[in-house]
Design a protein around this ligand. Structure first.
Ligand SMILES: [Mg+2]
Length: 101
């Protein structure tokens, strides 16, 4: 599944299962919540989270982050493939500058 398909799947899932959608700001908070769960999974993996009451699956949490990010992108009509291409162009330009220096 590519990023466009991810966004379309998320959009269709919201339309089919959640006719009353949460406020976009709440969905942004949900993205932060999922990022926190991903951080928790990384802390568990690195042994930095003592007294863990449950095991958090890092891959599953990254999946949650992707879905939450796609939801936010859809709310603001952002094409994630285009967004990625902009980010890639910036990184590649930075690397090119680095090789010329
Ligand atoms: Mg999660």
């Amino acid at each position: 599944m590519n990023l466009l398909e991810l966004q379309e799947w998320v959009r269709a899932d919201w339309e089919q299962h959640s006719p009353v959608r949460p406020d976009p700001h709440m969905q942004l908070l949900y993205l932060f919540e999922e990022l926190g769960e991903m951080a928790e999974a990384i802390r568990q993996r690195s042994g930095q989270k003592e007294h863990a009451t449950h095991t958090t699956d890092l891959g599953e949490e990254m999946g949650d982050v992707l879905v939450a990010l796609a939801t936010v992108a859809n709310n603001y009509q952002v094409d994630l493939e285009e967004a990625f291409e902009k980010a890639r162009a910036k990184i590649e330009a930075r690397h090119k500058l680095g090789t010329e220096a």
